[in-house]
Design a protein around this ligand. Structure first.
Ligand SMILES: C[S@@+](CC[C@H](N)C(=O)[O-])C[C@H]1O[C@@H](n2cnc3c(N)ncnc32)[C@H](O)[C@@H]1O
Length: 300
């Protein structure tokens, strides 16, 4: 009996797709390594923890220290504080130029959880959204944070529904909407899963659903969100919300690989066209920093 192993099919050699934002002028990843990233937001250079960056830095520590205005020092799993190296404003503004129309504007600040109010790698999705959306299109943004995706959809003329559990985060997005010269986004302070399942019961559909579920979270009424336990329920509900020809963008920052995202969606929409891979930032010193898994899907 032959024990020969069959040669790899083209699927076995599937190349990893990587998406990078293309148009930033107000953001730059200068370097990464030793568990941190050095990046510029407008005129301000910050050092923040980055668990993926376990390699050597491209620049030395003295250069990081000299360039940076502040550093987030972690003191626990989800805790820490900012140490200023220079004077830092309470808030400041940056812009993202879409290929068409006015730039998107974001108000930034140093938050208690190392974030500043934007995930810059998401800009790769904003361009895709702006190209897909237009007047008469309907878009749903779940776990929407400060709304980069919502602004991109609205800037292209779509009717946008923005869902996040935290009222203050929605208020922050409204400021970004005003700064960007936009209006008309529909705001929902709601649990994303509950909202999606209710939309299914109402028979509503969307041309694009964007979702960026965290590994854990809380809805406004204390609804517990745990990614691994509830993601299939979320995917099953939102699959029913996609209009024929409509699309999905799903991101995860921790835990689920591109293949896991692909399997989840194939199990509920087997006929859809799916691309999956990593959303990344390229540093000035040449590294590719992976920032999470990304899936883009279009149904027939
Ligand atoms: C990782 S952030 C999303 C970042 C966003 N995609 C961006 O690029 O700006 C996750 C968001 O999910 C929200 N969230 C957490 N649990 C939620 C829940 N159960 N329902 C709705 N939103 C929730 C948080 O308030 C937070 O704004």
């Amino acid at each position: 009996m032959s024990t020969a192993v069959s040669p790899p099919s083209s699927d076995d050699a599937h190349p990893l797709q990587r998406w990078f934002p293309q148009r930033w002028r107000d953001h730059e990843l200068l370097d990464s390594g030793a568990g941190a990233r050095l990046e510029r937001f407008g005129d301000l250079v910050l050092i923040r923890p980055e668990p993926h960056a376990i390699w050597e830095r491209g620049m030395d520590e003295a250069q990081w220290r000299r360039l940076s205005a502040a550093e987030f020092v972690p003191t626990g799993r989800a805790k820490g504080h900012w140490v200023p190296h220079q004077s830092v404003p309470d808030n400041w503004e940056i812009q993202y130029p879409l290929a068409k129309g006015n730039p998107l504007h974001f108000s930034l600040e140093l938050t208690r959880f190392k974030h500043v109010g934007i995930f810059p790698e998401q800009a790769a999705n904003w361009d895709w959204i702006a190209a897909k959306m237009g007047p008469g299109k309907r878009m749903l943004n779940l776990f929407a944070y400060t709304g980069g995706a919502s602004l991109a959809g609205r800037a292209a003329g779509a009717e946008v529904t923005h869902v996040d559990a935290i009222k203050q985060v929605v208020t922050w997005t409204r400021i970004n909407q005003d700064l960007s010269g936009l209006d008309g986004i529909r705001w929902c302070v709601e649990d994303a899963l509950k909202f999606s399942e209710r939309e299914v019961r109402r028979g509503n559909t969307y041309d694009l659903v964007v979702m960026d579920p965290p590994s854990w979270g809380l809805g406004p009424k204390g609804e517990k969100w745990k990614l691994e336990e509830q993601v299939l329920r979320l995917v099953s509900a939102t699959a029913q919300l996609i209009a024929p020809g409509g699309s999905v963008i799903m991101n995860t920052y921790s835990g689920l690989s591109p293949s896991t995202l692909e399997n989840l969606w194939r199990s509920v929409l087997p006929e859809a066209h799916i691309d999956s891979g990593e959303l990344c930032l390229r540093s000035g010193t040449g590294q590719v920093l992976p920032t999470g898994s990304l899936l883009r899907l279009t149904r027939p």
